[in-house]
Design a binder for this molecule. Sequence first.
Ligand code: CP3
Length: 345
Amino acid sequence: MKPQLAESVFVRACRREAVPHTPVWYMRQAGRSLPEYRRVRAGVEMLTACATPDLVVEITMQPVRRYGTDAAIFFSDIVVPLKAIGVDLDIKPGVGPVVGTPIRDKAGVDTLRPLEPDDVPYVTEAVGALTGELGGTPLIGFAGGPFTLASYLIEGGPSKNHDRTKAMMYGEPELWHSLMERLGAITLAFLRVQALAGASAVQLFDSWVGAVAPQDYRTYVLPHTSRIFAGLADLGVPRIHFGVGTGELLGVMGEAGADVVGVDWRVPLDEAALRVGAGKALQGNLDPAILLAPWEVVERRARDVLERGRVAEGHVFNLGHGVLPSTDPDQLARLTDLVHEASAR
Ligand code: CP3
């Protein structure tokens, strides 16, 4: 990593080093809520946009230019590596990823081949171009966590209760583990491509893993997530691990090997620090819906997040989940300034 990036406020906070102010970025900061995003995306399908480096660079830069966040999140999607190895899937606007032939048996699992860097040349190209454009601002690469990817593949699309996913997990553990092994290897390869091309950190979005109880996480998910984080260790980039509804999982997630644990809005950061344990930075965790309230409310609640975040060994300010599409970008601009000013030391 370039020294300028290794010494950036964001990377230092991930490493639990002293920082001049709390760094801030927002999950799903690129896209949806930005008019300049809707303009460049008009008439371009989501997965086409993800495979077009010029567009990826532009969309990734948009929130950084507008807000002055301390990090950029790569514009892509968690299903991009699956599409790249030939899975028949699409992203339907307003719905999410939809899979043509859901994976529910051994023959299905066997169709998932390993991901090679040559499968995603547009990712390597876009990350490379972005590191130039971004200068001293770190780029965060990302991938979907194995449980979340498995759920989309098994259910065939978004799911409320993950019924079929859990049916396989509990009922056919061997098949489950072979699916998770393949997804874990694809995820690791995808994260390595981004880090080797110049991303300064990586985040694993295991968004829906909060559906699993702690003891089941330990049996059915932890071995796979641990292998992903261990497989990144040699690259020296901070590793962030995030899921939604993970209050009961924070302890066991802390064991998986990430440097930073992302916390949703349900657990205050001072309490989360106790649950995650020593030796980790925390990321989070303003409820994204608070941004829909008047500024005075946003300010009061953001100050509370900063205050509680001081208990953690390192704190990266973020929302507790992604920016909601109806968010007024001006609220995020004000919030970014507030975090920088209120945390200056
Ligand atoms: O800041 C960013 O937005 C960076 C890029 C990003 C996208 N998806 C772009 C996107 C990131 C980090 C993601 C991650 C992602 N994708 C997750 C994990 C984060 C989370 O929200 O929990 C998940 C679960 C997905 C799967 C997915 N892709 C969903 C649920 C959706 C939303 C469907 C919809 O239209 O509401 C998508 C599509 C998607 N991914 C969009 C964007 C900008 C919207 C598509 C569009 O603009 O047409």
